[in-house]
Design a protein around this ligand. Structure first.
Ligand code: NAP
Ligand code: ZN
Length: 369
């Protein structure tokens, strides 16, 4: 018998023009909004312009914090938190890829709790965070439907997630038009992150009939986007499918967490600047090879949904998306593998994921020589 909890408090509104059609959704959360975004994404995607039109209709006061950096650091969200405490908004609206959405969640906590940002990882704070609303402009992290926020900790030389039920966005507005301005390389990186969430959720020891439903459907939607991603021809329908697959991935990992793929990917981003989704994509093939030794049927289901005959074909698919130039030394592999094997994510993986397993997967993917 399988025991599980299913909880998804995020209201998901999907469709072209969804922000302009739902200005009253914002009004439900108050009269003052802090908009949290990166330097370009909200403007380039057109999301900010639609939000400001919607805000005008409902006479919403707002302040724009557009300084979220990629892979936001503790310092970055500390600044946002200070601004939020001074301005005292009723809610936080995150617009952007995973970086601004994750920063929005951290800032929502810091807005009501004057704590050092490092304490976010304790996952307990005296006051409830402000409500979070989210508009994704990438189709990748699914952060608009997860209770997680991933931040960079320079002192620990890595990235780490924190979270809790209060961090689920109250409303997620999904409009594929906002992903049209994404450069192709970012579209591919983020699409592979979405696939990674779906696959890791399905190949998690915390997977349930509920999470499998989202993961399986998401992988099948994603499969239909492979040829357009390879050709770089992304119609609105394809971008829409990627956006939905990404949100389904977020819903799935909200219930399962990720696996050692994400744990091994973080140092590749931190030390080597490999974008998050690409890092996962370059690890996923060897992850499937390992997981096939402990759960062949589930890996075969994944391959069947993607319509690939075997793990090697999956590796080739990923290699076709990313020209892997990263070569690691044996010492680097050892260090990253040890850290990854000690994470919660490693414990959520199927099998017994030791430092040796992580070492094997990373060596096969990146070892020099
Ligand atoms: P991102 O770091 O948010 O954005 C990547 C780049 O794309 C940025 O330069 C961004 O510009 C730009 N961009 C975003 N949307 C655009 C658009 N529509 N048009 C033009 N440019 C656009 O990338 P991401 O992959 O979505 O997020 C990665 C972060 O999410 C990582 O920190 C990762 O660890 C985290 N993550 C979180 C979860 C979760 O559950 N919370 C899950 C997986 C990953 P700006 O500089 O203007 O932003
Ligand atoms: Zn991810």
């Amino acid at each position: 018998m399988q025991n599980f909890n299913y909880y998804l408090p995020t209201k998901i509104l999907h469709g072209e023009g969804i922000v302009l059609q739902n200005s009253q959704e914002f009004a439900r959360y108050g009269k003052k909004a802090l908009i949290v975004t990166g330097k370009n994404s909200a403007k380039q995607s057109g999301a900010l312009s639609n939000v400001l039109t919607a805000f005008e209709q409902i006479e919403m006061e707002y302040l724009l914090f557009d300084q979220v950096e990629n892979n936001p650091s503790l310092e970055n969200v500390t600044l946002g938190g200070e601004i939020a405490r001074r301005w005292n908004p009723d809610f936080i609206l995150g617009i952007g890829g995973g970086s601004p959405l994750d920063a929005a969640k951290a800032i929502a906590v810091l807005a009501t709790n004057a704590i050092p940002a490092i304490d976010l990882f304790k996952n307990t704070y005296a006051n409830q965070p402000l409500p979070i609303l989210a508009i994704p402009t990438t189709a990748g992290t699914g952060s608009e439907a997860t209770p997680y926020s991933v931040l960079t900790i320079p002192e620990a030389e890595t990235k780490k997630g924190f979270g809790g039920a209060a961090l689920f966005p109250k409303v997620a507005f999904l409009d594929n038009q906002y992903t049209a301005s994404l450069p192709l390389a970012v579209t591919v990186d983020t699409a592979v992150d979405a696939l990674s969430h779906l696959v890791e959720a399905y190949l998690s020891r915390r997977a349930s009939d509920a999470s499998d439903l989202f993961a399986g459907q998401g992988i099948q939607l994603w499969k239909n986007c492979i040829a357009p991603l390879q050709a770089g021809e992304l119609s609105a329908d394809v971008r829409d499918a990627l956006l939905i697959a990404s949100t389904l991935g977020g819903i799935a990992i909200s219930h399962t967490g990720t696996t050692f793929v994400h744990a091994l990917g973080y140092p590749l981003t931190y030390y080597h600047g490999i974008p998050h989704g690409q890092a996962n994509g370059l690890i996923m093939g060897e992850f499937l090879r390992y997981t096939h030794t402990v759960a062949p049927n589930r890996v075969n289901n994944v391959l069947q949904w993607i319509e690939l005959p075997d793990v090697d074909s999956f590796l080739h698919l990923m290699q076709g998306f990313f020209r892997n130039k990263l070569q690691l030394t044996a010492d680097q592999v050892k260090a990253y593998a040890l850290t990854a094997s000690q994470t919660k994510n490693a414990g959520y993986s199927l099998g017994n994921v030791t430092a040796e397993v992580c070492d094997q997967v990373l060596s096969s993917s990146f070892l020099k020589g």
